[in-house]
Design a protein around this ligand. Structure first.
Ligand SMILES: C[S@@+](CC[C@H](N)C(=O)[O-])C[C@H]1O[C@@H](n2cnc3c(N)ncnc32)[C@H](O)[C@@H]1O
Length: 272
């Protein structure tokens, strides 16, 4: 089943909701979920930062790497990678507002760092790059939004050099038919649908030519993320930063959908 939402719906959503997310999710502008460990405890932003560290360690990105971040948002992760590895990174995002914020943030960095970063508005389904341009394709919390996920996998494969690494996290749909509640409060709210379960995703990656090196089901971390985000949206409402009561309810539904097996989250590391 394919999403009935368009890329234009998603672009409009992220262009207009940008400021709101900063009020309760991460004031620095990052919008992805967290991987909780003993070290992060229940701190959502520490868990969100830990996901970056985990993925960077698994990616093998080093000083000779040419990295593409698909759905880079405000550029937070790409900038963090460039600060931690002397590689070159290009970030693309469908939202012109977010790609513009990323470019502005990069321009304020020291010249050596900013010279290794590039951001532009583009869609994951039509990447404006030559075949084999990158040693690494990276993506966080993005592909679920794209109605044509097969096109994203085709494009990721095309722009990767032979032997390159595709590392990404994405939402999964553990069963084909989800409850009405999950449809309304999870899939429709996120402008999202997917044909991929945790294992179905791997089958599709293989069909696209990738070797799946590692796959980890992160659903329990997604549930903890939404429990924490519910608290954060509630706190922001109580502090008068905005009315996030709708999101408090939505995030309760997100956590419930994961418990009911209507929603999942996974990390994949693949080789071309
Ligand atoms: C949840 S945010 C994640 C942003 C960023 N990766 C992060 O971790 O902060 C999802 C991002 O995907 C972008 N996006 C959605 N559909 C896209 C597409 N077809 N091509 C490129 N970016 C897309 C959105 O504009 C948004 O910035």
């Amino acid at each position: 089943m394919q999403s009935h939402f368009t890329e234009q719906d998603t672009e409009r959503y992220y262009d207009t909701e940008e400021a709101n997310y900063r009020l309760f999710w991460d004031k620095e502008g990052s919008v992805h979920w967290g991987y909780f460990t003993d070290a992060t405890g229940g701190d959502f932003l520490a868990a969100s930062a830990y996901l970056n560290e985990l993925m960077l360690a698994k990616s093998g990105i080093d000083k000779s790497s040419l990295v593409l971040d698909i759905g880079c948002g405000n550029g937070n992760t790409a900038i963090w990678i460039a600060e931690n590895r002397p590689c070159k990174i290009t970030g693309i995002d469908l939202s012109g507002v977010r790609a513009g914020n990323a470019a502005e943030a990069a321009a304020k960095l020291d010249s050596e760092l900013s010279a290794r970063l590039r951001f532009e508005k583009a869609s994951a389904t039509a990447l404006p790059f030559e075949d084999g341009s990158f040693s690494h394709v990276w993506s966080q919390a993005t592909i679920y939004h794209v109605p044509d996920k097969e096109a994203v996998l085709d494009e990721a494969y095309r722009v990767l050099a032979k032997g390159g690494t595709f590392i990404f996290d994405d939402l999964t749909k553990p069963k084909p038919q989800v409850s009405e509640q999950a449809q309304k409060y999870v899939y429709d709210r996120l402008l999202y649908d997917t044909p991929f379960s945790f294992t179905g995703y791997q089958d599709s990656l293989k069909a696209h030519g990738f070797e799946v090196v590692e796959a980890e089901d992160l659903s329990s971390h997604l549930k903890t993320s939404y429990e924490k985000l519910r608290e954060m949206a509630g706190d922001a409402t109580a502090r008068g930063l905005g009315d996030f009561t709708g999101l408090v309810t939505a995030y309760e539904h997100m956590a419930a959908a994961i418990t009911e097996g209507d929603l999942g989250w996974a990390l994949y590391v693949c080789k071309k």
